[in-house]
Ligand binder design. Structure first.
Ligand code: COA
Length: 565
């Protein structure tokens, strides 16, 4: 079938459904929800068999839903309605939640039900639930609904199904619903309030006389202080006392500041928090840690949003070198639960005095880390992708000997969407080596997301398993331990050294790096400011004014000619 996606943005869920439905043999074209006229034009150009709305913030125009069957993905259980479905589910501590696929009609979220899928809730941020449980449930529900639609089935009326259901119409959640009373709320309540607003919109609060939005909270069991008082700092985070303990707050946003986007808390409140006691090591807010078991070292780096700043790359490189110095046989690079890595830290770059200089510093810091991984000749190295990876993050993973991915992970192994960025992380060595020159060229030009099946066929991923993050980690630990025990390591390392030496003789890594950085220097310092404009738009979340033709097939001249013939 020809399926048109109407979406507010090509976000992770939209990308995942794009990959899954294409995998089922459907043709997908995407149009961003810019305004009703543009949507109607897209439908007229594409004449789809079906419309799917994976992520919409506005209603579908009447002229469209009257003419076409439009499936809307709602991140709530049957009967749930309203724009803050997941926020309420997290705040209210729901034990089970779900996704419903409805047919669009005149009332938001009130159409007939095509499919639904429930899941147990986890203690996590709203964004994390969305990227994991909601995404998996939405895939199951949408695939089921599309299959039913193709088979000529009809949906069931919401009134028929919602009779005994828990779902109900809930209003937009406001800051007053999330507000923290530091003198009354306990740690668990505060943690829940911040998590239900993380990644968007954050919880409004006042600190040092400034109105700030809070994100990235973690409980602190040991430290104590006056409720509401900021009592310590650790890396990028500050620690604030509650009535029964304390919470770490990793990220803040000050909408009135010169840089009104999310930044690490101690970066935004540098002066105010300079005199606080610094909690280092295991006790504070950790964004890098190491574990060891059965001859395997596991390096975790759950950086917020997968963004890796210069200093984070340097610390991770140091931690990696230390891991390599241990008497283990295998090192597993675990990344974080939501993202493995999304490359350099665009917010920190945007906030730097010289974004060009900071981009340069950041890309060199990632390259230094990548180099250590590529040059490791003492261990089998594995990148274990529980969550998605984008841009430089994909190639950083490919530096390892093996890339293992959770089934359902989405990769974006390209840079050009960020203002024609050339890219670094030795991608020009790694990508053709695994995928071949022709595929490497196609991937960089196409700028499309890919699932694990395609990534495996291109050698970007070696193996995919474990549908859930938990299952994936358990299986990773089992497989890594058995490799550490059973693998003929001496033979493996000999082969690895020989291959690296042959590659080095053919073209030294330094040459790849120099060539990539020559292009990057032009991106950062040259006359063409596209990268700086694209980064600004990304960090400031400037809405897109048109859908890129890479995903809007119906707007491509070649596609329209093909269909006209
Ligand atoms: N630096 C800083 N923040 C980043 C980031 C980066 N490299 N990559 C993602 N983020 C942030 C987003 O701003 C967003 O922030 P929010 O919590 O305030 O909403 C959050 O991570 C999630 O990103 P989003 O784009 O909504 O997620 P997605 O899963 O739908 O898309 C990507 C993932 C990777 C396709 C997309 O985030 C992207 O293009 N990132 C930039 C990659 C890049 O160009 N890196 C630099 C070159 S190495």
């Amino acid at each position: 079938m020809r399926i048109l996606f109407l979406a507010h943005a090509f976000n992770s869920l939209t990308q995942r459904l794009f990959v899954e439905l294409q995998g089922q043999g459907h043709e997908i074209s995407v149009e961003f929800d810019i305004n009703d006229v543009v949507t109607e034009e897209a439908v007229a150009l594409y004449r789809p068999d079906l419309v799917v709305a994976p992520f919409l913030k506005r209603a579908i125009p009447e002229r469209v839903w009257r003419q076409y069957v439009c499936l809307v993905v709602h991140p709530g259980i049957v009967g749930d309605r309203g724009p803050s479905a997941l926020d309420w589910a997290v705040l209210n501590g729901e034990r089970h939640w779900g996704v419903t696929v409805l047919r669009a009609n005149e009332e938001m979220d009130a159409g007939d039900v095509w499919a639904s899928c429930e899941f147990p809730m986890r203690d996590a941020t709203k964004a994390s639930i969305y990227r994991n449980e909601v995404t998996e449930a939405a895939v199951a529900a949408v695939l089921g609904a599309v299959e039913d639609f193709e088979a000529g089935a009809t949906p069931r009326a919401l009134s028929e199904l919602a009779g005994g259901a828990r779902g109900e119409l809930r209003p937009l959640m406001r800051q007053a619903d999330r507000g923290i009373d530091w003198r009354r709320d306990d740690m668990a309540a505060i943690w829940r309030k911040i998590r239900c607003a993380d990644g968007f919109p954050g919880v409004r609060d006042s600190l040092y006389g400034r109105e700030l939005l809070l994100y990235d909270a973690r409980p602190e069991e040991r430290l104590r202080g006056e409720p509401g008082e900021v009592i310590a700092r650790s890396g990028g985070a500050i620690c604030r006392a509650t009535v029964d303990g304390a919470v770490w707050i990793g990220h803040l946003r000050d909408r009135q500041a010169a840089h009104p986007f999310k930044l690490p808390a101690t970066r935004l409140l540098a002066k105010e928090t300079a005199g606080l006691p610094e909690i280092a090591g295991q006790d504070g807010y950790r964004d890098i840690w190491y574990q060891e078991a059965d001859g395997v070292g596991y390096l975790h780096f759950p950086f917020y949003n997968g963004a890796m700043g210069s200093e984070q790359c340097q610390r991770l490189r140091q931690a990696y070198i230390e891991a390599r110095g241990r008497g283990t046989r295998v090192i597993v690079l675990m990344g974080g639960p939501d993202y493995w890595s999304n490359g350099m830290h665009l917010n920190l770059i945007e906030a730097a005095e010289s974004p060009a200089d900071e981009s340069w510093r950041n890309i060199n810091a990632i390259d230094d880390l990548a180099l250590e991984i590529i040059n490791t000749d003492s261990h089998l190295t594995i990148a274990a992708l529980r969550g998605n990876a984008g841009a430089g993050g994909v190639f950083l993973a490919r530096c390892a000997d093996q890339v293992w991915a959770r089934e359902g992970v989405i990769l974006n192994p390209h840079y050009k969407d960020m203002g024609n960025l050339y890219g670094s992380e030795y991608w020009s060595y790694l990508l053709p080596r695994c995928a071949g020159e022709a595929n490497a060229e196609r991937i960089t030009q196409a700028r499309l997301p890919m699932g694990t099946e395609e990534a495996m066929s291109l050698g970007l991923v070696d193996v995919a398993f474990g549908g859930s993050a938990r299952g994936f980690v358990q299986e990773t630990v089992r497989r890594a331990a058995s490799l550490a025990e059973e693998m003929d390591m001496a033979r493996f390392l000999d082969t690895k050294r020989a291959r690296r030496a042959a590659d080095e003789a053919a073209k030294p890594l330094q040459r790849y790096r120099d060539q990539e950085l020559e292009h990057m220097r032009l991106n950062f310092y040259g006359f063409d400011s596209s990268y700086h404009v694209a980064r600004y738009n990304f960090v400031y979340k400037v809405p897109k004014s048109r859908t890129p033709v890479t995903i809007a097939r119906h707007r491509r001249t070649d596609e329209r000619m093909r269909r006209a013939l």
